[in-house]
Design a protein around this ligand. Structure first.
Ligand SMILES: Nc1nc2c(c(=O)[nH]1)N[C@H]1C(S)=C(S)[C@@H](COP(=O)(O)OP(=O)(O)OC[C@H]3O[C@@H](n4cnc5c(=O)[nH]c(N)nc54)[C@H](O)[C@@H]3O)O[C@H]1N2
Ligand SMILES: Nc1nc2c(c(=O)[nH]1)N[C@H]1C(S)=C(S)[C@@H](COP(=O)(O)OP(=O)(O)OC[C@H]3O[C@@H](n4cnc5c(=O)[nH]c(N)nc54)[C@H](O)[C@@H]3O)O[C@H]1N2
Ligand code: SF4
Ligand SMILES: [Mo]
Length: 749
């Protein structure tokens, strides 16, 4: 097959206010409506509303979509029966309507063409042509290099259909960035300690907790709806929040204790907390005796991690370290040392999260009211299909024996295996990318582009012309979540719940639902399992009937909460076996020891910034999600660019003023493509700067988002891989400031 050499980026030109005020942002606050938006009054009748669950982030709140008299989508409000949203959407969910109305959306399928002079552009084509092209190319690659050379990157609801299609071909390389770039280390840490992962939504019983400890988890800016609401309840009840964050986050501002930790030293604090809790005998003795393995080894292990030592490592006051340990112990077992979510920071992340898990075990909070509850989930069958072909190689085989404890495919691992290795071998030839903007999502953009250039085929299915679409050989435009069915949301939680998403309107332009696109490709490739249903409604109804509901029922009620038969918490004196090697909660991890890793977490120092450089810290803003929402007219109205937070002492040194535009340059000499405005604030330490992720778009077709603010991803070129599971630590990057535009050439992507 002919390799498309130097795949160039192409500019696609083808031819009811609720009461929750935790972050000063109201849930359900309807964003300002953009001018084009239809202002006709709402139909008041509930009969006209259709159920959905939100796709703006992966909390997946269930809501109702209302239309106006003209039949146009008008607003989305939460479904009162939903345990994820409790009837309220967050600002992003409310603003989701803007994804439907965004006139910059992808509108038609497109194929990359190269003219005689070698110029590349996109040609608009019919769906038939796009699907034939895709299926033919995939078949050629499958025949020539084997099915295992095809990988899927997905972060979105249609991923289920794409992975079904890929599994039917005979490849299991299905990766989501929500693992190796997000929560993977936490899953491995909890699995090796308690025998279960956290998954989503996390089973943190915040609502009933007396003390919540947030370590670099910025709930309130991280707008995961149910969690934010539960934290608000905890605060209303007078519960204690302890926030460990080098930045004075919104959560820190609501906390009884704020620990402005020196970045990258959290392990020291956590180990010292364990030291105090063990040495002062504040741990739950009965719980540890009954359920835990390795207490004596742990006790020995932490003796050197004294609070005084931790105080000097972390630059925290020793009494603050002690008092917070006592506060946790006082609240135990109704205490949560929160596992966080985006935890790929410094490369020793699994071990950091192991200490979090161990601390929860010592406090007896796992399986206890106000700590972590045991989840319940409906057992929905997946699609009816014949057994998938046995792959000759899996994504694990592609990792050359590295990252043995990775539980899911690594998006970064597949990307790395697409770049030629020392012998010149390339393991992946084709990528299917559904709903993930890999250019902004994977660290080390140059490496991502290198991999993309090696591909024989890049298929992108997206709703927007984001950066990744400009590298595609074929673009398959998906309709938005408001215009399609997807498989029902089957969530874990205190009770099993199911929620339906159905179209509120016909797909605009020539966009199609993901299930249809994947099925069409499968059918063209003659994959038998893709013929098992004609329409997705058959599949949904079949699945729902197996778990005690039906399509008809869910179309009326949107969400169904079911009964559970098992216990949410441990019973007093209950004997319980945990799914670890020893059947116990492993303070000493036999699984890690067996693979040659430290069975108990060890502190190592991380690099601190050189003089004139500042650690790049990044996070969320309440009104945006990753890089997917900046062009959404409603959300863009609320926040149209990010800024770089700089401590006043540092700003003074450089003579910066608020709002001044600067460029950032990192330790490897990489400069941001666009300028970012300075925000001078005491809320950030003097050794770091902070910016919101997702801005600095370089794709011009995003007319509202292009060139607004800067991209943190561009600055993340140093990646600290977690040796245990391959997570990509992204917080060991340092930046300095440029006051004049260094980009004299127009930068493409
Ligand atoms: N630098 C940096 N990198 C990060 C992070 C960070 O904070 N900083 N965060 C990490 C974390 S925690 C995560 S979970 C990941 C998230 O990573 P991603 O999920 O890749 O995040 P997005 O940048 O939002 O990319 C989503 C893409 O899906 C498209 N899309 C949106 N809706 C739909 C749809 O309905 N259908 C289809 N087909 N496409 C759709 C959007 O247009 C966009 O191109 O990023 C990780 N990477
Ligand atoms: N509004 C909104 N909400 C979201 C999302 C979104 O895109 N938008 N994405 C969702 C997803 S997928 C995820 S994974 C979560 C991510 O949200 P979280 O897991 O809560 O947070 P992170 O983005 O990892 O961390 C950001 C915080 O860590 C702090 N921090 C930085 N370095 C250090 C350090 O060395 N030590 C400590 N203790 N703290 C440090 C930062 O100052 C910041 O406050 O948010 C979810 N919620
Ligand atoms: S938290 Fe907000 S953006 Fe995420 S699913 Fe819920 S309403 Fe949507
Ligand atoms: Mo995430």
């Amino acid at each position: 097959m002919k390799n498309i050499s130097r795949r160039k980026f192409i500019k696609i030109s083808a031819a009811g206010t609720a009461s929750l005020a935790l972050s000063g942002i109201l849930l359900d606050a309807t964003p300002k409506i953009a001018d084009f938006f239809d202002k006709d009054p709402l139909i008041e009748s509930d009969a006209e509303r259709t159920p959905t669950y939100c796709e703006v982030c992966f909390w997946k709140c269930a809501g109702w979509v209302y239309k106006n008299r003209k039949g146009n989508i008008q607003k989305i409000i939460g479904n009162d029966n939903d345990l994820e949203s409790h009837g309220r959407m967050c600002p992003r969910g409310t603003g989701g309507v803007g994804f439907y109305y965004d006139e910059d959306r992808l509108k038609k399928p497109m194929i990359r063409v190269t003219d005689a002079a070698g110029n590349q552009s996109y040609k608009e084509v019919s769906w038939d042509e796009a699907l034939d092209f895709t299926a033919n190319k995939l078949s050629e690659i499958k025949d020539q290099f084997g099915p295992e050379s095809i990988a899927l990157f997905t972060h979105g609801s249609a991923g289920k259909f794409w992975s079904h299609m890929l599994n039917s071909i005979g490849s299991v390389s299905v990766a989501a960035p929500s693992y190796a770039q997000c929560r993977g280390p936490r899953e491995v840490a909890f699995l090796t300690t308690f025998g279960v992962g956290m998954n989503s939504p996390e089973p943190t019983d915040i609502e009933n907790s007396k003390c919540l400890v947030l370590i670099g988890a910025h709930i309130g800016e991280n707008m995961h709806n149910g969690q934010v609401q539960e934290m608000s309840t905890l605060l209303d009840r007078g519960g204690t929040v302890i926030t460990v964050d080098p930045r004075f986050s919104t959560a820190a501002s609501k906390s009884k204790y704020w620990l402005p930790i020196k970045p990258a030293t959290d392990l020291a604090l956590l180990l010292a907390w364990i030291h105090i809790i063990i040495n002062e005998e504040l741990y739950d003795k009965d719980y540890i005796e009954r359920y835990a393995y390795g207490f004596e080894q742990l006790k020995q292990h932490v003796q050197k991690y004294t609070p005084e030592w931790a105080a000097s490592e972390t630059e925290l006051d020793v009494n603050l370290i002690k008092n917070t340990a006592h506060e946790m112990a006082k609240a135990a077992p109704a205490v949560i040392v929160h596992p966080g979510r985006h935890v790929t920071w410094y490369g020793d992340d699994t071990q950091r999260l192991r200490v979090v898990a161990i601390l929860n075990a010592l406090l007896g909070s796992f399986g206890r009211k106000g700590g972590f509850y045991f989840v319940s989930k409906a057992k929905a069958p997946s699609f009816p299909h014949k057994a998938y072909p046995q792959p000759s190689k899996t994504w694990k085989d592609m990792l050359d024996g590295k990252y043995k404890l990775a539980g899911l495919a690594l998006a970064s691992g597949i990307c790395d295996a697409t770049v030629p290795d020392a012998t010149g071998q390339i393991k992946y030839k084709a990528w299917i990318v559904n709903g993930t903007n890999l250019i902004q999502t994977l660290p080390n953009k140059a490496n991502t582009l290198k991999a993309i250039n090696e591909l024989d085929l890049l298929i992108v299915s997206d709703t927007m012309p984001t950066e990744i679409t400009g590298y595609a050989d074929v673009i398959l435009p998906e309709c938005t979540y408001l215009e399609r069915y997807d498989m029902p949301r089957v969530s874990q939680g205190r009770y099993p719940t199911i929620a339906l998403r159905m179209p509120a309107a016909k797909p605009k332009y020539e966009t199609k639902p993901g299930w249809w696109i994947a099925k069409q490709i499968g059918a063209r490739m003659k994959l038998e399992s893709c013929y098992q249903f004609d329409d997705i409604t058959e599949l949904i109804d079949w699945q729902l009937k197996k778990i005690g509901s039906s399509l008809d029922e869910l179309q009326k009620i949107g969400v169904k909460v079911m009964e559970r038969t098992d216990n949410m918490y441990l019973l007093p004196g209950e004997n319980r076996t945990f799914a670890t090697n020893t059947g116990k909660i492993e303070l000493y991890s036999t699984a890690l020891a067996a693979e040659g890793f430290d069975p108990m977490p060890v502190y190592t120092q991380h690099k601190q910034p050189d003089s004139g450089f500042y650690r790049l810290n990044y996070g969320r803003a309440p009104m945006h999600t990753f890089s997917r929402s900046q062009n959404n007219p409603n959300l863009n109205d609320l926040m149209d660019e990010n800024s770089v937070w700089i401590n006043p002492k540092i700003a003074k040194m450089y003579g910066f003023t608020n709002g001044q535009e600067i460029w950032l340059k990192n330790q490897d000499g990489i400069v941001t493509s666009s300028a970012i405005k300075v925000r001078i604030t005491e809320r950030i330490r003097h050794d770091s700067v902070y910016m919101v992720h997702g801005f600095g778009h370089t794709a011009k077709q995003l007319t509202r988002a292009y060139g607004k603010g800067a991209s943190d991803t561009e600055m993340i070129t140093n990646v600290k891989y977690d040796p245990i599971m391959g997570g990509t630590g992204m917080r060991e990057n340092f930046v300095t400031f440029l006051t004049e535009n260094p980009n004299n050439e127009e930068v493409e992507v």
